[in-house]
Design a binder for this molecule. Structure first.
Ligand SMILES: CC(C)(COP(=O)(O)OP(=O)(O)OC[C@H]1O[C@@H](n2cnc3c(N)ncnc32)[C@H](O)[C@@H]1OP(=O)(O)O)[C@@H](O)C(=O)NCCC(=O)NCCS
Length: 145
């Protein structure tokens, strides 16, 4: 993938992210992504990365380093939202994106990266596991409201 470029996300990427999200979820949600993109850029600009090819956004991955959550004092790099254009998958773009996030997490002092995967999401689980993540000694709990 010679002309593939991975770089920090900016506000101009919202449209490209919406387009990929629509292909994945069937929903066009500009207001959702405007809010998310603004949040992540404000919190931690280099921890959210875009894959661009021929001037088009072909993948995104949003995350940030946070500490002190869930009784975990150590700074943790959280991988939170990602997607690769269905027409550009299985070419290593997801891997390039996560490698860029992990490098920034390390640079910000994190020695661990974490993410959450829904049990039924086999595709995402397969990717995350191929990226070297393994089950954590934490329980995800919920209560319906
Ligand atoms: C998961 C996803 C990001 C993978 O992107 P990709 O660019 O195709 O991934 P890569 O080509 O970099 O693959 C990297 C590794 O993950 C593995 N992998 C990728 N997709 C996989 C899948 N569906 N099942 C199992 N393993 C998978 C590959 O085999 C590869 O492993 P290898 O390098 O050891 O061969 C992409 O399929 C996607 O965007 N899925 C939808 C995500 C989604 O629903 N997002 C919304 C919620 S935030």
């Amino acid at each position: 993938m010679s002309d593939l470029r991975v770089r920090p996300m900016n506000e101009l990427d919202i449209e490209g992210i919406c387009r990929i999200d629509e292909k994945i979820t069937g929903r066009y949600r500009p207001e959702v992504w405007e809010q998310r993109v603004a949040y992540y850029i404000r919190r931690d600009p280099d921890s959210s990365q875009i894959a661009e090819q021929g001037g088009r956004v072909v993948g995104f991955m949003l995350g940030e380093v946070r500490g002190g959550e869930f009784g975990l004092e150590e700074p943790t790099g959280w991988v939170e939202f990602f997607g690769v254009d269905p027409g550009a998958r299985e070419k290593g773009i997801g891997r390039r994106l996560i490698e860029a996030l992990l490098a920034h997490f390390r640079a910000r002092g994190a020695h661990v990266a974490r993410t959450m995967v829904a049990a039924q999401d086999k595709e995402i689980a397969g990717f995350i596991s191929a990226m070297g993540f393994s089950p954590a000694p934490l329980s995800a709990l919920e209560k319906r409201l």
